[in-house]
Design a protein around this ligand. Structure first.
Ligand code: NOJ
Ligand code: CA
Length: 672
């Protein structure tokens, strides 16, 4: 017996040694991912860029609740690779055609002893980053898998600055972005964006979050960021083999704008599962909404009730007159009276309040070419909602209501789940495995009735709009509403932060266009021109003109841009930008030859010079410029505003002066 123990002890005393067992490179050869196995059979990956480590040795594995951990004693059983290059078309989006080009490595990992449990690590290396996931094949030794923790790490190999919001805090995703050294990142949500001290930009996130817990990132020993899956019961994730995890993604770019131009998240999602979705029309909307946030009107019935027949007619008339397709009406259904924040179980999603003539208004809207937009605030009573949603979607379909804003207002971790009527209610997090399935149940039930979904207080976006193109937008960050009542309101750096963080996940229903620049007793931290720029820099296939009709009447010159700006694009490019500081985006209208430019800055005024070479050389363009006027400043001169036109060509250079907290919006129309 003795001789056996001795070599084992010796082995344990040796420093861990790792050998690269498999690798894959990006199509352009710049990025390389290597898989390593240590002499103890621990699995790790690393990412090299131009031969230099960008993500150092980062471990892979799981802690299971109903089985031994999958962490040590692993071996490589087989490996295979393939290349893929395909261009697909988005039904709507920031660009029409998307190239999906990668090299893939599939490594079959097996335990060296015990039950020889197996999983695959699948790595896709793109020119703009890396995605990898675990795939568990069906196997006798693993039927149900209860995951206590996924041990995936991201060991960024260089000092870096990070932009991030905290995870597991009560206000869910609605936090201001912090900027800290990477070493000071706490428990963070994704997307989290990093810039290494030598100027490489990275964003860590996930793609295709289906039937799994959302991933946050925590600091691990040695400074790496480690997955922290959202809690659930009896484990964070419970699945049966075969199954796959979501993709863990690392977008990589030289320029900050390269992150925004990356389609990696969408490319890692499955193709459209709904077929023809031309019934969804990208469009703009107005609503019975901002007045509630200003506390001029209420969701509850009574003297301040916003969702009255008369008030809704006024909004339909306004929409028809100025060319908006949608009218959102919140507080239209019963259940808002009393403390709806605390109780979602009273909501009836098919029963209008007595002062709201749903049928009559839907017919009135139709006669004017307008569509009501439905609202389903669940107050987090999600099981109550699931029991009613199909009937409500069917009702809406009959009434020409083809988009619904959903809502999940409650503190983090307070989603109320009740699997059968009478069962005790159990609490879930907004990003738990249960909620990843809930949202897909909603989206699929809505699709059956040709209804599109815009979720507020949602689960994070992981690109599922590719598979379910009726999941059109969501909130999932601090939106305009914080400018009504937020303490503090959104500071000028907020949108330059969002563009390079939250917006990388997907469309946001930010609800721009508050031209009064006035919240509830507090001013917006924005110039007038900046409100217009938001329609271009923050992408969503539905965009609200959030302000009150009477406020637009005071700013008809600026309002013209909101009327003109499209919401569906054939191309998108980032002309310049730095995370949290400023950004200029240009997008080409999908339905015309026109281009649109939006530019925003933080609390610093700046002058930006940019080439117009994105314009077609075939045309001369009239540039309708909406910009900050002399001395514009979000604090004391927010209404300094100029609207002017110039004729320009692709050979021109444009100089834009943005005031502090300012912005600019430009429409380029071919001059015929
Ligand atoms: C929060 C949403 O973000 C907001 O837009 C909505 O008005 C309220 N919840 C009420 O549902
Ligand atoms: Ca919200």
């Amino acid at each position: 017996m003795r001789p056996l123990i001795f070599p084992l002890l010796l082995l344990a005393a040796l420093p861990a040694q790792a050998a690269t067992v498999a690798e894959a490179s990006s199509p352009d050869g710049k990025l390389k991912v290597e898989l390593d196995l240590s002499n103890e059979g621990r699995l790790a990956y690393r990412v090299l860029r131009n031969g230099e480590p960008l993500v150092g040795d980062s471990r892979l594995g799981f802690i299971l609740r109903n089985g031994r951990q999958l962490l040590r004693g692993l071996t490589l059983e087989t490996q295979s690779s393939r290349s893929f290059d395909e261009t697909w078309e988005q039904p709507w989006g920031e660009r029409r055609f998307v190239r999906n080009h990668y090299n893939e490595l599939r490594a079959r990992i097996a335990e060296s002893n015990h039950d020889r449990r197996r999983f695959d690590v699948v790595v896709r290396v793109f020119d703009d980053g890396v995605g990898f996931r675990y795939e568990f094949p069906k196997q006798p030794a693993m039927d149900e898998v209860q995951i206590s923790e996924e041990l995936t790490e991201f060991a960024i190999a260089k000092p870096a600055t990070a932009w991030w919001i905290p995870a597991y805090e009560w206000n869910r995703e609605e936090y201001l972005y912090g900027r800290t050294p990477l070493a000071e990142v706490g428990m963070a949500q994704t997307p989290i964006t990093l810039r290494t001290d030598d100027g490489i930009h990275l964003t860590l996130h996930e793609a295709a979050l289906v039937d799994y817990a959302g991933m946050n990132l925590a600091k691990a020993d040695g400074g790496a960021l480690r997955a922290s899956l959202t809690p659930g019961s009896p484990a964070k994730v419970v699945r049966r083999t075969p199954f796959t995890t979501p993709w863990r993604t690392i977008q990589i770019a030289d320029r900050a704008g390269g992150l925004v131009e990356s389609d990696l998240i969408l490319n890692l999602n499955e193709p459209n599962a709904l077929g023809d979705v031309s019934w969804f029309k990208p469009s703009k909307y107005v609503g019975v909404w901002w007045a509630m946030h200003l506390d001029q009107q209420s969701w509850a019935t009574g003297p301040k009730h916003g969702a009255t027949t008369e008030n809704t007619k006024r909004h339909i008339d306004f929409a028809a007159k100025y060319g908006f397709r949608g009218v959102l009406v919140e507080g239209w259904n019963t259940g808002w009276d009393g403390d709806w924040f605390a109780n979602g179980w009273d909501f009836d999603f098919s029963k209008p309040t007595p002062d709201y003539d749903l049928q009559g208004l839907a017919a009135y809207a139709k006669s004017k070419g307008v569509h009501l937009i439905g609202h389903h605030e669940t107050g987090c009573a999600v099981s109550h909602y699931e029991r009613q949603m199909a009937a409500s979607f069917a009702l809406f379909q009959r009434l020409g209501i083809d988009a619904v804003k959903t809502g999940y207002v409650c503190d983090a971790g307070q989603i109320e789940r009740q699997d059968r009527p009478g069962d005790p209610v159990v609490r879930e997090w907004h990003e738990s495995q249960y909620m990843s399935n809930h949202h897909l149940r909603v989206v699929q039930a809505a699709a059956k009735h040709h209804v599109a979904i815009n979720a507020h207080e949602p689960i994070k976006d992981t690109g599922l709009r590719r598979t379910y193109p009726n999941w059109i937008s969501r909130e999932g960050a601090r939106g305009q509403e914080f400018n009504a009542w937020g303490n503090p309101p959104n500071p000028p750096e907020h949108e330059p932060n969002l563009i390079f963080t939250r917006m990388l996940a997907g469309p946001m229903d930010f609800t721009p266009g508050v031209l009064s620049l006035q919240g509830r007793g507090q001013p917006l931290q924005s110039t007038l021109a900046r409100q217009l720029a938001l329609y271009v820099v923050l992408y969503s296939p539905i965009q609200m003109a959030a302000d009150l009709p009477e406020n637009y009447a005071e700013h008809m010159d600026a309002f013209q841009f909101i009327r003109d700006v499209p919401v569906d694009w054939s191309e998108t490019h980032v002309l310049n930008g730095e995370v949290g500081d400023f950004a200029t985006l240009v997008r080409k209208d999908r339905n015309s030859e026109a281009w649109y430019l939006g530019s925003v800055t933080d609390e610093n005024a700046r002058t930006l010079e940019m080439s117009l070479s994105f314009l077609s050389p075939k045309h001369r363009y009239v540039a309708e410029i909406y910009r900050d006027g002399d001395g514009a400043h979000y604090k004391d001169k927010p209404f300094a505003f100029v609207r002017e036109t110039r004729v320009v060509t692709h050979a021109d250079t444009l100089t834009l002066r943005l005031g502090a907290g300012g912005g600019a919006a430009i429409r380029f129309v071919p001059n015929r």
